[in-house]
Design a protein around this ligand. Structure first.
Ligand code: SDX
Length: 428
């Protein structure tokens, strides 16, 4: 017999269906609540509200579990590669070798962006934050591909748009970096793999080609896998709600970039490094900064700590922390902020304030140290997060479209002025 929830409102009892997911998560289905009771629910920040059902990513915040289409993140990070994970997230199954080769070849055919788009880059000031450039150029793809605007989105047109996004996003990102350092853009080299092609467009110069370093390729590929999806986070929810109005995929992804940019979300990886550098310049006394993070009168927060869902270690942070040591050792780099990060983690994890609030390092806490070690500048860190999250955003958008989900339009409880008559200005 299916479970029910009972609520009593104004003396009347209502029964609401309970739904149970494949991992035994339970929800009270309130799809008909307002129609049956006249009530809505209120949940600021959607901390207790499920927006949808999804088959893409499962995470258990208490147990520190993260799986993409059922595969544990630890196994994917160790044994898969980013393009294969992108295929898995978008299509639901791991590809055969032929399927992966075809997927990769299709992407290689679309890595160029229209030559006219170079003029957009030339118009930005060199101090433009790359995230603002990437979001704008991504949205501008919809102006170069008007066929993508079709709200009825025929399957093959959607597949072509997905291929173009996966193929062009690394080019768009790398060119934003080149613009920020005043270097000429470097064109994609389709003889290289997805990650190496991105690094080549980032670091090649007219006088010198980027030299592939397997240590760097492997570290970046792993970071992209770890960022690839994370169920209904702020930016993914943004992509879904924008797409729910039948806006095109380029615009939905651009909106996701903007949501990710916030320092409480994907912008945290940049904020973490800036925080660690600040602590280093301030003499490295982590206890002083832990105290500041606890002080309610001090706006300072320990960036890279805490998570809306993980009330245990973020499994991605564990993997990245280990990769940090590996990459820095292999590259022969000693970054003093890594020591500060570890001291900060240790100090926080033994401090009642953090323990009580279950604040652990999240995905953003160590990732910036690796990005910096492989030469990526701080203001490109959130762009790197977006590069990783792109297949997840695409998969979630397509699931929302395929499920023919209604336009997202939450309700509210009005608390403003009740009705009153207009008063002419002369009488106010
Ligand atoms: C990402 O959702 C996702 O899945 C996101 C993400 C993804 O993959 O998409 O995982 C990526 O965004 C990771 C989070 C990156 N952000 C940061 O590292 C910024 C620092 N963290 C926080 O601002 C905060 O922890 C959030 C925004 C991540 C979560 O905020 P919540 O869930 O709204 O929790 P909250 O702000 O209500 O905090 C609960 C308590 C509060 O104290 P009290 O009011 O109970 O006394 O914990 C405190 C907060 O003040 N707190 C912190 C803190 N984070 C929360 N105190 C100090 N430092 C922090 N970092």
């Amino acid at each position: 017999m299916s479970e029910k929830a009972e609520i009593i409102l104004e003396g009347k009892k209502y029964e609401l269906p309970v739904i149970t997911g494949t991992e035994n998560e339970k929800a009270i289905d309130i799809n008909n609540l307002r129609q049956e009771t006249g009530y809505v629910t209120l949940d600021s920040g959607f901390k207790n509200t499920g927006a949808t059902t999804s088959k893409i990513t499962f995470l258990d915040g208490e147990e520190g579990i993260l799986r993409y289409r059922g595969y544990p993140i630890e196994q994917l990070a160790e044994r898969s590669n980013f393009l294969e994970v992108a295929y898995l997230l978008i299509n639901g199954e791991l590809p055969t070798k032929n399927e992966l080769d075809a997927f990769s070849e299709k992407i290689k055919m679309h890595t160029l962006i229209h030559e006219d788009m170079k003029r957009f880059y030339e118009a930005y000031p060199t101090y433009a934050h790359p995230m603002g450039v990437v979001a704008s150029i991504t949205c501008s793809l919809s102006t170069f591909y008007p066929g993508s605007l079709n709200p009825n989105r025929s399957r093959d047109k959607v597949d072509l748009t997905i291929t173009r996004l996966l193929a062009k996003f690394p080019t768009i990102a790398a060119w934003a970096y080149k613009n920020s350092v005043g270097h000429p853009v470097q064109y994609p080299k389709n003889s290289l793999g997805y990650v190496d092609n991105f690094l080549s467009m980032m670091f090649s110069l007219p006088s010198q080609d980027y030299e592939v370093d397997p240590v760097v390729t492997s570290a970046l590929d792993k970071l992209l896998i770890l960022h690839a999806d994370h169920e209904q986070n702020c930016s993914t929810s943004t992509v879904r709600i924008v797409g729910s109005s039948q806006a095109n995929l380029y615009g939905s992804i651009a909106a996701g970039c903007i949501a990710l940019w916030g320092p409480l979300h994907g912008g945290a990886n940049q904020a973490v490094i800036e925080m660690l550098d600040l602590i280093k310049q301030d003499g490295g006394d982590v206890s002083k900064w832990v105290a500041k993070a606890k002080d309610k009168n001090d706006p300072f927060r320990l960036m890279g700590f805490g998570h809306r869902v993980y009330k245990n270690f973020d499994p991605r942070a564990k993997i990245i922390k280990k990769a940090c040591d590996d990459v820095l050792n292999k590259l022969g780099i000693h970054d003093p902020v890594l020591d500060i990060a570890k001291q900060l983690e240790e100090a926080a994890l033994t401090d009642e304030y953090f323990v009580e609030r279950k604040l652990y390092p999240n995905v953003d806490f160590y990732s910036g140290i690796i990005y910096r070690a492989i030469g990526i500048p701080v203001d490109m860190f959130t762009v790197m997060f977006a590069l990783g999250r792109l297949p997840g955003w695409i998969a979630q958008w397509r699931e929302m479209v395929d499920n023919k989900e209604p336009i997202g339009r939450p309700r509210q409880i009005y608390t403003g002025a009740t009705t009153r008559d207009y008063v002419n200005i002369a009488e106010r």
